[in-house]
Design a protein around this ligand. Structure first.
Ligand code: APR
Length: 313
């Protein structure tokens, strides 16, 4: 029997997720959206079914607004919520998206309690925290997609600056999904060669800064809405690692319980994603400066989470 993937939210990211999951034959796909948007979502699903003969995939793709249709899902990917507009921070979305994520969490809890859940809705670290709090799912079953995207952006910018294949750039970005995130140049390598030996400090600083503001750069260019291709691919990488037990080590927002000196927050750290879900957190020995930066990102995430807790009390 085919696997089943539920996509909650069939907007910009949701539609790319559906296309990628179909092309990769990850399973049958159900796209769920609000009743007011169910016809466009049904239309997108039908369009993708009609793409299958040339796209060379077999998958049933359907649109719905009924949570019963997500029953039996192996993976649920959540993009329901408002995206940023130019001039907004991710935190500006909190009051709207917390209501949406609460409704979505209850729908998933009731209908797909065994699914591996990947949250993309912003402000990411606070939304995945809220989702986990409402569902009460084990922490291995709930992950936030942010570091995977932030690291992809970091690698893309390094590739653009250095003129080397993105495939040969390995690195990671820790922390919250916002301007306080912590790229780690010290541990970045280009085909095994330390970045710090091939690039000067100016270049490194420029790339780090651009990575931190990468989402805003796209929002500003769009004027309306936020990035969708790269967030979708990043979520698919996580979903594939789970479904195929690829055991990828990816920076994801996971519940830290003492790791990195962080307790009770979802924040980006390197995670082993296997058929067990979020199987293991890898801890890195950080320098004092990196620890300080991680402390700043932790404080920023804590502030947004506190607002969520106040909202929900
Ligand atoms: N249940 C299901 N779907 C919902 C709900 C809900 N309660 N509320 C809103 N949606 C749907 C919208 O109808 C829309 O189709 O979520 C979809 C969101 O799509 P877009 O507005 O195109 O936003 P997108 O660019 O996909 O981003 C979604 O991911 O990266 C984050 O910041 C981004 O929070 C935003 C989210």
């Amino acid at each position: 029997m085919r696997k089943k993937i539920a996509l909650i939210g069939g907007g910009q990211i949701g539609q790319i997720l559906a296309m990628l999951a179909a092309q990769k034959e990850m399973g049958d796909i159900v796209v769920l959206d609000i009743p007011d948007y169910v016809n466009p979502v049904k239309g997108k699903a039908l369009d993708l079914m009609e793409m299958a003969p040339h796209g060379n995939y077999d998958a049933n793709i359907t649109g719905t607004s009924d949570y019963k249709d997500i029953q039996g899902s192996d993976v649920v990917i959540i993009t329901a919520g408002k995206p940023r507009q130019a001039g907004m921070t991710r935190e500006d979305l909190l009051s709207t998206n917390i209501k949406i994520i609460s409704a979505v969490a209850n729908g998933i809890k009731e209908n797909a309690p065994d699914a591996f859940c990947i949250v993309l809705t912003n402000p990411l670290d606070a939304m995945v925290y809220t989702f986990h709090k409402i569902t009460g799912f084990p922490k291995s079953q709930v992950i936030g997609m942010a570091g995977t995207l932030d690291t992809a952006r970091y690698r893309a910018f390094l590739s653009m600056e250095l003129g080397v294949s993105v495939a040969d750039i390995a690195g990671t970005v820790l922390g919250g999904h916002g301007p306080t995130m912590v790229p780690l140049p010290r541990l970045t390598t280009i085909g095994g060669v330390p970045l710090t030996e091939v690039a000067n400090q100016d270049l490194i600083d420029r790339v780090v800064e651009r990575t931190r503001k990468a989402g805003t750069e796209i929002v500003t260019l769009f004027g309306k809405g936020s990035a969708f291709f790269s967030p979708a691919w990043s979520a698919i990488v996580i979903a594939e690692s789970y479904l195929k037990d690829k055991r990828r080590v990816l920076p994801c927002a996971t519940l830290c319980e003492g790791e990195y000196g962080i307790n009770g927050l979802f924040i980006g750290v390197p995670c082993l994603i296997s058929a067990k879900g979020m199987e293991k957190i890898f801890e890195i020995k950080l320098t004092d400066e990196e620890k300080e930066r991680l402390g700043a990102t932790k404080a920023a995430v804590q502030k947004t989470v506190d607002e969520c807790d106040t909202f929900m009390s």
